[in-house]
Design a protein around this ligand. Structure first.
Ligand code: LLP
Length: 421
């Protein structure tokens, strides 16, 4: 469910006509819906309502400060993986006690800055990192709350590039070694063990892999408690998938996910943290682009857009599917045509879709990529010296630019000539 619907044949973002935004900011641009962000956050908090919990939005999926403020004002916590993300969360007004710090390679500077600024917990991914946090916290005269991220060796059954819970992946501590690592954590100064962390992957479309991982976490909780550790918090990561097409089978809903969490872990009396990204932000955003040319190739027709792989890399990187729809809806029965939808970047991989059936589009027409809110703008680059596209936030009848398109002067000013040139 999202708030990008046709009204009178024109695609709207909530109550704003998409062509109106295009006229104001130019294409391409991302536009996000406050109502969808709010709704999806609430689905999670309602699903976990019977348990003490904190929904920590995975900032990596969509990190604009205005979006973070929408969610932070609703009471969301934040899951960050860099000090840059930490600073974004703070800039959005989220206090340190609602920020968890994940990631396999936190640098010593990042650890120090988070400790000084205030942090809910570090999700520790390795023994060297645990020792580094202990040393830095001790030197600062602070105590760092930590969980250890365990790798449960569960197959998430998702795209290989975004599966993280198998033993061959770089993430976490093998669950079989958890007892000895927790024992070391208890001995180290400057650390306070508060719980266990697990995250097995992204875009999961079934509950079974989560349940298998959480069952292992439940067992480990009891083992660690018997060993004398305080396990009061379980961070279950993110990963619940979204439907990218109308046709494919819908992934489980947050309410089903929440019920499974209660069934698997509810008896332990722990506070539950989850780190959803995509399910909150994915269907909250679209990427709007204009057709530059329609090119009739040999045996195929190309729709050449002004958006490219640098603006939305998911199709090139993960063979991901995004529905592409015209901003002005065709009438039922209008002719359609198969297009290869491509961007202007000089790589064959700059292809969004092949043989996609679309109305007869022409130069100047607008199209929208659906479900582009998550891992869209945040993964954009300036490849081919294409400026990062603006981001727009809609709220009812209002819209605002929440990140401007940089000017070419700004882009060029970042390059510096050495004195000898
Ligand atoms: N927590 C941790 C520790 C993570 O590594 C991730 C995602 C999340 C939470 C949020 O997962 P989500 O709920 O969004 O599935 N760029 C890829 C996805 C990468 C996901 C990385 N980690 C894509 O475009 O599909």
């Amino acid at each position: 469910m999202d708030h990008f619907l046709y009204r009178g044949g024109v695609l709207h973002a909530e109550d704003v006509a998409v062509p109106e935004i295009a006229a104001a900011v130019g294409t391409p641009f991302y536009v996000y819906s406050t109502a969808t962000l709010t709704r999806h956050f609430r689905l999670f908090s309602e699903a976990l309502a019977p348990l003490p919990h904190l929904v920590c939005f995975a900032i990596k999926s969509l990190s604009n400060v205005a979006v973070l403020k929408v969610l932070g004002d609703l009471g969301a916590g934040m899951d960050v993986v860099s000090i840059g993300e930490y600073l974004r969360a703070r800039a959005a007004g989220v206090p340190g006690e609602r920020i968890v710090f994940s990631g396999v390679g936190k640098t010593r500077d990042e650890i120090r800055m988070a400790l000084e600024g205030g942090i809910r917990q570090f999700n520790v991914e390795s023994e060297p990192e645990m020792r580094a946090i202990s040393g830095i916290a001790s030197a600062l005269g602070k105590t760092a709350p930590i969980t250890l991220r365990v790798n449960p060796d569960v197959d998430a059954r998702t795209h290989a590039k975004i599966a993280t819970g198998k033993s061959e992946n770089k993430f976490g501590i093998p669950i079989a070694r958890a007892r000895e690592v927790y024992a070391e954590a208890a001995r180290l100064p400057g650390l306070k063990v508060v719980g266990i962390d697990v995250h097995i992957g992204s875009q999961l479309t079934e509950l079974a892999p989560f349940e298998a991982a959480f069952a292992k976490v439940a067992e480990l909780t009891q083992t660690l408690r018997a060993d004398g550790h305080t396990i009061e918090r379980l961070d279950l990561g993110g990963g619940l998938g979204i439907p990218y097409t109308r046709s494919n089978e819908a992934p489980p809903l947050p309410v089903e996910y929440g019920a499974m969490i209660q069934r698997t872990l509810g008896h332990l009396g722990c506070e539950i943290e989850i780190e959803p990204g995509r399910l909150i932000s994915g269907n909250s955003g679209i990427l709007v682009s204009e057709v530059i040319y329609v090119k009739n190739g040999e045996g195929r027709d190309f729709l050449i857009l002004d958006a490219a792989m640098n603006d939305l890399v998911r199709p090139a990187m993960y063979e991901a599917h995004h529905d592409i729809i015209p901003v002005i809806e065709g009438a039922p029965g209008d002719p359609v045509q198969n297009f290869d939808v491509v961007g202007p970047v000089c790589e064959t991989g700059d292809t969004f879709a092949k043989g996609r059936s679309l109305p007869l589009l022409a130069e100047g027409d607008l199209v929208a990529f659906r479900s582009a809110g998550a891992y869209g703008a945040v993964m954009a680059s300036e490849y081919n010296t294409r400026p990062l596209v603006p981001e727009v936030l809609v709220n009812g009848h209002q819209f605002a630019v929440i990140r401007e398109r940089p000017t070419f002067d700004e882009i060029l000013a970042r390059d510096k000539l050495p004195e000898w040139l």
